[in-house]
Ligand binder design. Structure first.
Ligand code: GLN
Ligand code: ZN
Length: 797
């Protein structure tokens, strides 16, 4: 089948959830891993899921034959798919590939999840989303070629379906070659100075092979995602990125012919390059001009996060501009009238960017939002009417496209409904709560200041009487199957409140007894009552709603249901006091109260789009501040406020960092500064590559900061000391991600190392993170070794 160089469809979405409306993919993949089903079973399930998805998208208004439906499926991760396509498998997995370099299905998952001594690819955050991708490892000798034509087969399976059902011409979606390499890290053993980008020509040659194969299969369009163009955080200067983009797209777009030859065949599909998650233009350089200067046929820009371009952009006049006016990253229904005005501005003669054609799109893939609002019968009807999940967003895109081609009158009803929803939302009770606004408005600088640290440290020592090198944990203890079953029964109404409380109390009592027996110095209640460190708080605070089916892929088969933060936040009743006070009643040792910080609560929720993030953070912080006061009143002298997401929320553009760090640090201080000097405030951050946030960590002004440090062998301690940090520091002494029990010697060495690089009086001894994913046997043994090691080093001080 041969195609003529086609026009881009007038409406599209950049990608769609892959997990399935009822998490069918999760279930199928996990039963394959468990050995309950075969690779063929899994292939059959994903085949059905893909066909159902593309047909559903066609029916929702994208149409079946214009390449408006993205072919954006992945069985695990789109970056891993690119690794598989290229056969770019690290040395340690080389034995798993076929002679041609292909990864069979089980090996594909092994690269993602590791096996025995072979560690999986590292996982890290995908731009500023809560999706996590696998980091490719590329060295000078890593094999790179076009070895796996899965993307071609998936195009064909939808375009010529074997089941005799409706055909859909999709637009295959691939991670772009430049982004692929910018997200890669050098393979182990790569020579000093080698950068994955050095392999650009090889990757581009392989992609040229993919494009030829897609053209031969009849694909009119292909989508190459290049979000690396919207971030400053990858550490490569703009000029080098620009050079790579020019080289890559000269080879792919200029050297390969999109025009039909005499026999009607083309060398490649038309190319759409997307730049989701932010602004292509920054102080560093103009990524929009860069893409406009290539020979690709279409460019998609994010007009939710990015600025609307004004003035002509040379080169764009020959291309389609896919205007990402519908937010793919958040769940609010769009103000269609306002979005239409943006679109009209783009086509205004003289003032617009001068695109050859305009199409309506989403700002990002819809991967980051749940499937369907209609699937949430328990959501308040008012709130539901303000929301748009993936399916509603497809309809919004289609409506805007109709308005552009046929005029506003053609979609008058939809526009009116959208305007009405925006109005009711703004006026709905709970969206603006005057008392909450008044309290935030009355805050002053004094509200974020505590007494000087020296004074606090003295008062805390007098109150707590801790030994040197105090031992503690990060908060959670094993969330056993039994705890989860008990909670599930309670949620279903099969267990009474009283029985549930009794079960959780029993768990707390045994956890406290164990900590006493182990000889830990600062105890915790163990968090058995928490389903999740954010959802637990969201369920109790006013201003949040939670969903039943609102699952979003976090990584691989892991999904989360982010709460929806829709209104002004306040705390109708204490959140944690009862459990913590119960634990404290069982022991003479200090018990640490555990709270999740404002930044982390926002980072792992869908946030409102009608209030600046910093203002919302202040509201959450005030609710937590009241909780701290109540904990103190209940006799709790140590409170930890976890902020594992502090670094996660760092904006992609460095120019936005100061403002972000300002409000995020302020909100933490607002949450904690109401504590008396004698109350010891802890914080916990889940990582140790502090880089750009090291100053902010000091700025939090916590009395004790615990961080992950075991894998980097305490590297963080001297770094923090150099940055001027001079309060308590708990560098993790063992990694909690595996069941491995650290030896006494190993922990002793690490504690000694820490005590050498900073004043030993500041050092705390604790694991890297919470223990909820661990089982009891290794937890007990590991903590026993931790306490022995702390005692050993203490004796030498
Ligand atoms: N207190 C939480 C726990 O122990 C912290 C988890 C986290 O840092 N992500 O589980
Ligand atoms: Zn952690």
């Amino acid at each position: 089948m041969a195609v003529k160089n086609p026009h881009f469809p007038n409406a599209t979405v950049l990608g769609y959830p892959r997990i399935g409306r009822r998490r069918e993919l999760k279930r199928a993949v996990e039963s394959f891993w468990a050995g309950r089903t075969t690779a063929d079973d899994l292939e059959a399930t994903t085949h059905d899921l893909r066909l159902a998805t593309v047909r559903h998208l066609a029916d929702l208004g994208l149409g079946a034959d214009g390449a408006a439906v993205p072919g954006s499926f992945s069985s695990y991760d789109q970056v891993l798919d690119a690794v598989a396509l290229l056969g770019a498998v690290p040395e340690r997995f080389a034995g798993l590939t076929t002679p041609e370099g292909r990864l069979p299905l089980d090996a594909y998952f092994t690269v993602a999840r590791g096996a025995g001594d072979a560690a999986p690819l590292e996982m890290t955050k995908w731009f500023d989303t809560n999706y996590h991708y696998l980091v490719p490892e590329i060295g000078p000798d890593t094999p790179i070629g076009f070895v796996d034509d899965r993307v071609v087969r998936e195009f064909t399976e939808a375009a010529h379906p074997a089941d005799g059902g409706p055909a859909v011409v999709t637009r295959p979606v691939l991670v772009g070659p430049v982004t692929f390499l910018l997200l890669s890290k050098p393979a182990d053993g790569a020579p000093e100075g080698f950068r994955p980008l050095d392999r650009l020509d090889d990757v581009v040659a392989a992609y040229a092979g993919v494009l030829r194969a897609l053209a031969a299969a009849g694909a009119p369009w292909v989508q190459l995602d290049e979000p690396a163009l919207v971030t400053d955080l990858l550490g490569v200067p703009f000029d080098e990125v620009a050079d790579a983009v020019r080289r890559a797209y000269t080879r792919l777009a200029t050297d390969l012919s999109p025009a039909p030859a005499a026999d009607g065949a083309t060398e490649r599909p038309a190319i759409l390059v997307t730049a989701p998650y932010g602004d292509l233009r920054s102080e560093a350089g103009d990524g929009l001009a860069l893409l406009a200067g290539t020979d690709v046929e279409a460019v998609a820009i994010d007009l939710v996060r990015g600025a609307v371009p004004t003035g002509p952009v040379p080169g764009l006049e020959t291309k389609t501009l896919v205007a990402g006016v519908i937010d793919g990253h958040n769940i609010w229904r769009a103000d269609l009238g306002a979005r239409l005005a943006v679109l009209e501005g783009l086509t205004a003669p003289g003032t617009g960017p001068g695109a050859g054609a305009l199409a309506v799109g989403t700002s990002t893939s819809l991967l980051h939002v749940p499937h369907d609002v209609a699937d949430e019968p328990r959501l308040d009807a008012g709130l539901a009417s303000w929301l748009a999940f993936a399916d509603q967003k497809v309809a919004e895109v289609a409506t805007l496209a109709t308005a552009l081609t046929d005029g506003r009158a053609a979609v008058a009803d939809q526009l009116a409904a959208s305007t009405a929803a925006v109005r009711t939302r703004a006026a709905a009770p709970g969206v603006v709560v005057p008392a909450v606004r008044a309290r935030a408005a009355a805050l002053s600088a004094a509200d974020v200041e505590r007494a000087p640290y020296a004074e606090r440290a003295e008062a805390q020592q007098a109150a707590l009487g801790l030994p040197p090198l105090p031992t503690t944990t990060i908060g959670s203890f094993p969330q056993t199957a039994e705890i989860r079953t008990t909670r599930a029964a309670w949620v279903r109404g099969e267990l009474s409140d009283a029985d549930y409380t009794a079960a959780m109390r029993a768990e707390i009592a045994s956890t406290v007894a164990l900590q006493e027996e182990l000889g830990l110095d600062v105890l915790v209640h163990g968090e058995p009552e928490r389903n999740d460190m954010v959802q637990y708080f969201a369920e109790q605070l006013d201003g949040f709603a939670t969903t039943v089916h609102g699952w979003v892929q976090s990584y691989g088969s892991r999904c989360v249901r982010p709460p929806i933060l829709w209104g002004d936040v306040s705390r109708p009743a204490p959140l944690t006091v009862e459990w913590t006070a119960y634990a404290a009643s069982l022991t003479d040792k200090p018990v640490k109260g555990m709270l999740t910080g404002p930044v982390t609560i926002l980072a792992w929720s869908f946030v409102r789009d009608d209030l600046p993030l910093g203002d919302t953070a202040d509201q959450v912080a005030l609710a937590l501040r009241d909780e701290v006061t109540d904990l103190e009143a209940a006799g709790i002298g140590v409170v930890q406020v976890d902020e594992p997401a502090l670094r996660e929320l760092l904006p992609l553009r460095t120019a936005a960092h100061p403002a972000y760090l300002d409000w995020s640090v302020r909100s933490f201080r607002l949450a904690t500064a109401g504590a008396a000097p004698a109350t010891q405030v802890h914080t916990h951050l889940c990582y140790s590559e502090f880089g750009q946030v090291i100053g902010a960590i000091d700025g939090l002004d916590a009395d004790v900061t615990s961080v992950e440090a075991a894998r980097s062998r305490m590297e963080i301690v001297p770094e923090l000391a150099d940055a001027g940090y001079a309060r308590g520091i708990g560098p993790g002494v063992y990694d909690i991600h595996s069941p491995r029990v650290p030896s006494v010697q190993e922990v002793t060495d690490l504690v000694e190392l820490a005590a050498k690089s900073i004043d030993p009086r500041l050092v705390w001894v604790n694991p890297d993170c919470g223990l909820k994913t661990r089982a009891w046997p290794e937890t007990k043994q590991s903590l026993a070794n931790l306490v022995t090691a702390a005692n050993t080093v203490r004796a030498t001080l």
